[in-house]
Ligand binder design. Sequence first.
Ligand code: 6PG
Length: 242
Amino acid sequence: MIRVLPNPESLARAAAEIFVTRARHAVEASGRFAVVLSGGKTPRRAYELLSRPLFTGRVPWDDVHVFWGDERYVPPDDPQSNARMAREALLDHVSIPQVQVHPIDCSLPPRDAAARYEALLREFFAGQEPAMDLVFLGLGENGHTASLFPGSPVLEEKDRWVAEVYVAESNKYRLTMTAPFINQAAMIIFLVSGTSKAAILRDAIQGDKRAPPLPVHLIRPVRGEAVWLVDSKAAAFLSLTP
Ligand code: 6PG
């Protein structure tokens, strides 16, 4: 499903509304809400809105568990850190129990950090389907999502839930949930905003099927649903039937 919102603010508001709705539904159904946050710039405003009175009072924060779909391999106070962005925008301003905030520990060597996070996830889902209630994802201009970058061996990963990724162009490591794990989610929301994403969004959603697949094409929910929340600038090249 594709929802086109007029502008970035309405996109953020729509994302925040989905967060609230899914959180209340999940807590009612299972007593908890397990949500995966995305990094980058696009989701920040939605996170900020969730800390504001219009939204925050409607979220059962005591029963929310927050994870990250990927992380840059940097210290937690680094400006590049996805966890730092989410704390600044949201988590430091709401009453979520800190033990229920699960950042990726980048103090370990990359492979160990991935293994540690996977162990945390396996413990969290012990004896249950490893299905996150909600996963936020972004879309990079090269078709990556989370830290599933083009040409990376992680695209072939079938078994691990979390993997380390070496990003040659930046000579840096990242940690990422893998497509097989993300695809277990009950709901996946892609947040895509701005003119710079119009071409890749068209290729991602309506591209030539004969073209080489993009990393984002690996995201196909096993049992849940995927929703594209995009603003009108990002949707500029989409052919949308009225
Ligand atoms: C990250 C994200 C990454 C991001 C896209 C889009 O750590 O950067 O997980 O996958 O979602 O690169 O980023 P923007 O929202 O900044 O365009």
